[in-house]
Ligand binder design. Structure first.
Ligand SMILES: [Zn+2]
Ligand SMILES: [Zn+2]
Ligand SMILES: [Zn+2]
Length: 325
């Protein structure tokens, strides 16, 4: 009897060791990049709205299978910037997916020795855009003075409210102040300029960024109210850049059970396409829709809506895309 019990225990131990090592192997394979980056580039590290996908509590088809089988390409909106010449990398947004996004950025940076980027830029205090800072704290990696760039209200919010305050007092992060429309030189190849945009500003202001590389310039506006509420003309803004990553939270009213889309404070993709329809093919080619709600049909490139967007000459942001800067 005792002997049989020993055999059962040994079998269970061997089996669990095997499944663990194959699981670990799978995780490592998933994180391994195709190539490291050799020129200043933008890397798309996430394309989802704050709540991600699967979305907490969702019972619809969009997330049904993802609770059991998560899709490793479904990450909350984030851009990585790598300057190999100056051996620097930067992260835009600290999302709830920060651990894998930071690792992916490091893996793509052949020069990187440390696990954290040389700077993290925040757009605003909504969970998808800053809550990932928690992973830099004492309960997680206990980072050492990671530079976090924030606008005045955002900076005060982090300094004065727990648990973020503790990241500041323990020097896990080192807050770097930003000012509206003031350019920051990050490396000889990269400058970044924040600009305020209209959005629900409960805890902080909201900014978009202009990111300038050696050859190209990108516009990053993951969250904004309707284009008409912005004091800058979005079409003029697009003409000044080479890439425009813009808020595409919802595709149309049908996605929200035909609620009146004029009442939802985001530019719908159908509204943006209408606004941009007279742009030249070259201008449309700059536009990458990003920040997709879990319900957004653009997350499925085979959907009719995705085919329409692409046929109209626009891009749909995809996880892992690399664009020269
Ligand atoms: Zn958001
Ligand atoms: Zn869903
Ligand atoms: Zn937001």
């Amino acid at each position: 009897m005792m002997k049989r019990l020993y055999i059962v225990i040994i079998v269970v131990l061997v089996f669990s060791a095997c499944t663990q090592s194959s699981l670990q192997k799978k995780e490592i394979e998933e994180q391994k990049p195709l190539n490291t980056i050799t020129q200043t580039s933008i890397i798309l590290l996430g394309t989802l709205q704050d709540g991600g996908s699967p979305h907490a509590g969702c019972k619809k088809n969009c997330c049904k299978n993802l609770f059991q089988n998560p899709d490793p390409t479904r990450k909350v909106v984030s851009l990585g910037i790598i300057d190999p010449e100056n051996k620097k990398s930067f992260l835009f947004e600290a999302t709830p997916d920060l651990p894998t996004q930071m690792k992916q950025l490091k893996n793509l940076s052949s020069f990187a020795e440390k696990e954290t980027p040389d700077g993290i830029f925040l757009t605003h205090a909504h969970i998808g855009h800053y809550a990932g800072l928690m992973f830099l704290g004492k309960e997680a990696m206990s980072a050492k003075e990671t530079r976090v760039y924030a606008m005045p209200r955002m900076k005060v919010f982090l300094e004065q409210n727990g648990p973020w305050q503790q990241l500041v007092t323990l020097n896990n992060i080192s807050l770097q102040p930003l000012q509206d429309s003031v350019t920051v030189q990050l490396t000889p190849n990269i400058t970044v300029m924040p600009f305020t945009v209209p959005h629900r500003d409960e805890y902080s202001e909201t900014v978009g960024y202009t990111i300038k590389g050696t050859n190209k310039t990108a516009l990053f506006i993951p969250d904004i109210d309707k284009w008409e509420k912005w004091d800058t003309d979005v079409i003029t803004a697009i003409t000044k850049v080479d890439y425009a990553f813009i808020d595409a939270t919802f595709y149309d009213g049908e996605e929200l059970n035909n609620r009146d889309i004029s009442q939802i404070p985001h530019p719908f993709v159908v509204e943006s396409m209408e606004k941009f329809k007279h742009l030249s093919a070259a201008e449309k080619d700059k536009i990458y829709f990003i920040h997709f709600n879990h319900t957004n049909p653009l997350l499925n490139l085979q959907s009719e809506q995705a085919k329409t967007v692409l046929a109209n000459g626009f891009h749909i942001a995809e996880y892992g895309m690399v664009l020269g800067l």
